[in-house]
Write a protein that binds this ligand. Structure first.
Ligand SMILES: [Zn+2]
Length: 178
């Protein structure tokens, strides 16, 4: 599981906070399935404030012809629109896959309090996998990061998607790994 490396604590097993993290990650997983069903790499995200979901997004760069249409960006836009504020202090982002550099930048601009992700992304992850932007002291905002929440489910949906694509099944020939 993630959380065994540099500065990213795992969820505390069995605590109320950990159960709540898993519950919101299940909503993000449902959005990842929506991305998959649209032929996109299955990644989903929700933004939560005071225990309530205020933003939702799923990966959609192919369908929208928009390289920035990652789940996190769409969830940030949804929450900011809904709350009428380009900054989202006190909000938590749940995303099924470790954020990339673009999304980490947007998370910092939005002043999110915390980021919770599911599985690591060894190719583009910036919560410790390729870079650790949230631990970079020269950047002026630091969201707390928790990794490895429902990591197995978050990994499985990605693996199944790429496996099906290699076999010429759903989503074949379109989506590229993020
Ligand atoms: Zn991203």
């Amino acid at each position: 599981m993630a959380g065994d490396e540099g500065g990213i604590p795992p969820s505390e097993g069995g605590s109320e906070a950990a159960r709540s993290d898993e519950s919101f990650m299940k909503h993000a997983l449902a959005l990842a399935r929506a991305a998959r069903d649209a032929g996109e790499v299955p990644v989903g995200a929700v933004i939560v404030r005071d225990g309530e979901i205020v933003g939702r997004g799923f990966n959609a760069p192919i369908g929208t012809h928009d390289p920035s249409a990652h789940a996190e960006i769409l969830a940030l836009r949804d929450a900011a629109r809904r709350l009428g504020n380009y900054r989202l202090p006190g909000c938590v982002l749940y995303v099924t896959v470790e954020p990339c550099a673009m999304c980490a930048g947007a998370i910092m601009h939005a002043r999110l309090a915390r980021v919770v992700f599911g599985t690591r992304d060894p190719k583009t992850g910036t919560c410790g996998s390729v870079l650790d932007l949230f631990a970079e002291p020269r950047l002026n905002h630091h969201a707390r990061v928790t990794g490895g929440v429902l990591a197995q489910e978050c990994t499985e949906i990605l693996s199944a998607f790429f496996c099906a694509r290699r076999k010429g099944g759903a989503g074949a020939g379109t989506a590229e790994p993020r």
